[in-house]
Design a binder for this molecule. Sequence first.
Ligand code: FES
Length: 89
Amino acid sequence: MRIEVANVERGECVAFSVDGVSCTAYSGETIVAALVNSGHVHRPNLFCNMGVCGDCTVQVTWPDGTVRRVRACLTPVIAGIAVRRIGNL
Ligand code: FES
């Protein structure tokens, strides 16, 4: 049986930081996906990956200067955010 993989369209490449280290991600990618794809997280210890458990909570400084804790499995990366890992990631 052959499995066809559909073409995947990625968003633009955006820069952000994780614990002070610069990296890039595709716009619209979740923070968890960006952390895994950039090698900052080798084996995510995620429990639900759907916004219920809070295991993926990170602190994000947004481009406007506000700081909030968010669930990385639900929050898309945008250019200029600064992510600080505070939990299980
Ligand atoms: S992994 Fe459970 S809320 Fe993100």
